[in-house]
Design a protein around this ligand. Structure first.
Ligand SMILES: [Zn+2]
Ligand SMILES: [Zn+2]
Length: 202
């Protein structure tokens, strides 16, 4: 399933969130030209979210991400969780993706304001996964997924720490939110996330 890319415009500026995979590089380049973002924020280092970050860096943009994601973004580590149970293939997939030059990377830390959005730590799927919150909206990355029948967690095999991912889902369910914008699939209501948090195995 394709990863969502978010184009956020606030009085403070224009922020692009995530990039899609490198397969979509031509679309991403067009997006950079038409949206002219002030910065790119990467929710986590998986290549479906960060695959074109190198193009943003090449265009002179700062690439913001949690420091725990920086080693994967620059190519110091290659530990993709998919395909499930095949870490060797995951390493090859990771190595095949162009990486972000370290000088373009900036730290995005929990509580930090990025162009009017607050950085929120959503660990579990990866250790340094972050979302963004503004008013009643949370951009949730892969902390939750949207589908026709509501909210889902990524399969345990795709989570760096599944117990932590469950805890993060519960944290999100307790936030005062109106909408949750997931990294995959369509917009979720707070009630849908709360319903999943109530059902999930602990
Ligand atoms: Zn992911
Ligand atoms: Zn994803």
């Amino acid at each position: 399933m394709y990863a969502n890319v978010f184009l956020l415009t606030t009085p403070q500026g224009r922020l692009l969130v995530d990039t899609g995979t490198v397969v979509h590089a031509p679309y991403f380049l067009r997006l950079l030209r038409s949206f002219r973002p002030d910065a790119l924020l990467i929710t986590h280092a998986h290549p479906d979210h960060s695959g074109n970050a190198f193009l943003a860096a090449r265009a002179g943009l700062s690439v913001l991400a949690h420091p725990l994601e920086h080693p994967a973004l620059v190519g110091q580590v290659h530990d993709l969780p998919y395909p499930a149970g095949r870490p060797g293939v995951g390493r090859l997939v990771s190595r095949a993706h162009p990486k972000v030059p370290a000088p373009a990377l900036r730290a995005a830390l929990p509580g930090q304001d990025v162009l009017g959005w607050e950085v929120v730590h959503l660990p579990g799927h990866t250790a340094g996964q972050i979302g963004l919150r503004r008013g009643g909206v949370l951009i949730a990355a892969d902390a939750v997924m949207g589908s026709a029948d509501g909210a889902h967690l990524p399969r345990a095999a795709y989570n760096h720490d599944h117990a932590q991912a469950v805890a993060t889902l519960n944290t999100m369910a307790g936030m005062d939110l109106r909408e949750i914008w997931p990294g995959h699939g369509s917009v979720l209501t707070a009630a849908q996330v709360q319903a999943r948090a109530g059902r999930v195995d602990r």
